[in-house]
Design a protein around this ligand. Sequence first.
Ligand code: ADP
Ligand code: ZN
Ligand code: ZN
Length: 734
Amino acid sequence: MATALLDHPLKNGPIAVAVPGKFYLDLYYNSPTPVAVGARVKVTLRNKPCIGIVLSHGGAPSNVTLKNIIEVLDQTPLLDAATLKLLRWASDYYAHPQGDVICSALPSLLAQGEAATVSSETQYSLSDSVTEATELQLKRAKTQLALFTLLQSGQHLSSQALRQLGHKPAALKSLIEKGLVTSEQFPAQCTGNPQPTVGPSLNAEQQQAVNTIDSAAGSGGCFVLQGITGSGKTEVYLQAALATLARNQAVLILVPEIGLTPQFISRVRGRIDAPVTVLHSGLDNKQRKDNWLFAQSGQARVVIGTRSAIFAPIPQLGLIVVDEEHDPAFKQQEQMRYHARDLAILRAHQAKIPIVLGSATPASETLANLQRGNYQLLKLTQRATGQTLPTIKAVDLRSQQLQDYLSLALINRIKHHVAQGNQAMIFLNRRGVSPVLLCHECGWSADCPSCDSRMTLHRGQYRDLLRCHHCGHSQAAPQNCNSCGSGNLLSAGAGTAGLEETLNRLFPDQTVLRVDRDNTKNSKALHQALTQAAAGKADILVGTQMLAKGHHFPKLTLVGIVDADAGLYSSDYRAPERLAQQVIQVAGRAGREAPGEVLIQTHMPDHPLLQALLTQGYEHAVSQLLDDRKQMALPPYSFMALVRISHRYSEKAEAFGRAVATLCKQIQPNATVLGPISAPMARKANRWRFQVLIQTSSRSERSALLQQLVPAADQHKLASGVRWSVDVDPLDLF
Ligand code: ADP
Ligand code: ZN
Ligand code: ZN
């Protein structure tokens, strides 16, 4: 208690308060009652009550009379000093108003002012009627006995906790009926696993990696754990986590949204006796608040979460793991456009703790940092299970007869692999039956009425639909051309559903299973499909990137990448890097238990990136890309920010863009400012879109520029009716 008071002194008088909204200067209030930094207070703002967070004591300008706050909501801080520091840094770096950043770090119920206490839940424990004879009485009922034995430790556990530990609801019900177990309401608890299993003993590379990470416990350091899928990275995370927990420190594991599968969570829970909690977008508000409080209070010792978990306060944090660090899902694409991996590196640096970036395909910026010696490389070169890597080959599509984008070469290899009783996976990163509907007579195509974009054809049970993937507009597909009236309409290009049809036709005796966002709308459907696939219940899998990550398909030996050209032709400077990553990621799916093979279909088999990738491997290929970027002064050799602007009227959007560009040049004459130019998709959902690209030669130059630009642009007379945002370190340029 004494140290708590020392850490968080309570003071009354002037305080700076963070409130949600676009405020570019600190707001000050007077607190008649003592309050701690990081606690919530209720204040009036523009005559309305609102919840804010205390940023500091004192510091108010002396010439103004301060309004009193209405109420202090927390006696102890909700956000600790380290978290506040990280949030303020993020607000500066990503040029987003501080109050918004800080207040949105709270789960919504806490941001709305609910008490910072966990909700109550029903918990089960042994009743008083248990005697020495009870155990004997249960001898024949194995599942009941197991549950009984667990509860003999005296624990009170919720039905959810029991399920997580592998106990059956039926066993619980029987014990309750026999009067051996009673239930009571208690505040929800974050429980650990009293019977964790022991993992495999590590191979030399894994052990070396764990030792290196562990030896950085006192000093910190950024470690890149590079190893293909199946090389045992997760085992390294788990062992490094256990070592951290043994020092009484906590662990944060960040995963991309798609990586947070029930299998991953139960694998961690199965191995770790300390309480584990999860933070992700699939939680309801109450769960989110409870889990966040478990992390914040230190009850949870391991926090697994998707990108926003980087802002969770975690006392005594001792290790951060970022799994699949190259994944674009770590970048938030709305509000504050932060990159959770980058913030994780900063957070680890500030806390002087080790951070592990795991990937088979480290991002270009991570490789550049390795080259500069900022990070340390830990490599896992073997598959933990002893399997060799699949062979990767390009299939030249030029002047080939294609069956809905499938070459004869690929079809023959599918035949070969399924004939051996193995699985094949056909990978395509598009949705729908076919991207576009074309008139074969006049070339008309079905465009979205509100965007500069073609609509996608979706085959329905009763009728076909055209859908815009950018604004969501959908309409029935026409029977005749809108322009010349011809009935000769073609669907061009391949999609997963079209491929599924073709494969069903070519392989009538095999089971074809499609996994993409269209047929797995919820995570339960996805989980079911993947379980089916993993159990070998399908011979041919067709899917998008959802198939590419994190799942273990023992029988999969052939991967076909249908269309590599999109990545090779694209105007986006990051597209080739993404293609290289995808090729290696899907290759990692093949041959985990038997020798595998990867075929990449392309019209450009001689493309330098593809050649480098096939003959020299991923790092060489990306090194080449980095050389190109260095020559062209592209990130990570320069620092970018993209201002995106939209308005219902094109002239107004462009005029505001011109104002932004002028402001940029006034503030920072050294910066390169491109634009305003029309966005690659000039119109979206009836708004005209422009962008201004800012490039500087240093981070500090960019940050100084944005700090002045954002408030100035916000108050600009041309800003009315304009929607605009700043994207620092943009991942894509549209
Ligand atoms: P990654 O995270 O790199 O994909 P995992 O850690 O999931 O790899 O390991 C792949 C498989 O190999 C898992 O089933 C894991 O239990 C097993 N494994 C990992 N390390 C070892 C080891 N040293 N000995 C035996 N099996 C291992
Ligand atoms: Zn036509
Ligand atoms: Zn549209």
